[in-house]
Design a protein around this ligand. Sequence first.
Ligand SMILES: [Zn+2]
Length: 297
Amino acid sequence: MRAPAGGSCSRKLEGMPELPEVETIARGLDQRVAGDVVESVWLGEKPEPLKSPAREIASMLERARIARVRRVGKHIVFDLECANRNSRKSSRIRGQWIVHLGMTGRLLVASPEVEIARHTHAVLKLASGRELRFVDPRRFGRLAVVRIESESAVGFVAPGDEPLDSQIERFLTLFSGRKTPIKSALLNQKLLSGVGNIYADESLFRAGIRPRRRAASLTGEQLRRLHGAVQEVLLEAIKLGGSSVSDYVDAEGREGFFQLQHRVYGREGEPCLVCGASIKRVIIAGRSSHYCPHCQK
Ligand SMILES: [Zn+2]
């Protein structure tokens, strides 16, 4: 594990987990808890993390088998089956547990001897003897459940398109003609789900586009480059994150994401890694945007 070395490497400085981190966490949880059965659920007293009533969350989770854990947008989705298959003949899937990590939320797989951390808001006791715990000091994270009534129900969907599945034609339709700055459009979760500030800046740098450019002013070629850059940046980050799964979800709560070296994000005043010009920072729609005034037009 690479030690968090401050600057652009430290996860703690970056705020909320973005899509690649959530993907990494979801994959790690899937490896660890898929197939396990929830025996009982404890939920804390604090109301903020509970987006569904506590009773509904508990009744959905208790005696459910975790079929799969996956990422949808920036949410972690646990697909739940009836643990006792005879209880419902037609439908094995009974619902979903949806976790949004917010700023500081973490899901830990722990053995019961490990002391319960402060700010633990949920503990799921698993049939394997382990516990799945949700810890969130700042309480921006959210827990919810979605009931699935039939096999054809889709369950939880993110508001916008999945950026890694987005086809070029669809991407062009979403972005061309918009009067907002391209940076704001990339952050608009109704268009693409899960692209946050860091990866928006990095994608625009790779595509050679200034964050303030109106989306409508971009050529088809520029939008094609951006489409490729968004996927490339996210996939690279997921690839790096994959090697640190065990660090993130272990019981000690160690944090150890390997991160992309940011080329512009958080590097105001530092030299561009391509041309040496000083990286600039501007505020667009209330968010910091970083760009190279020479490489990005
Ligand atoms: Zn440059």
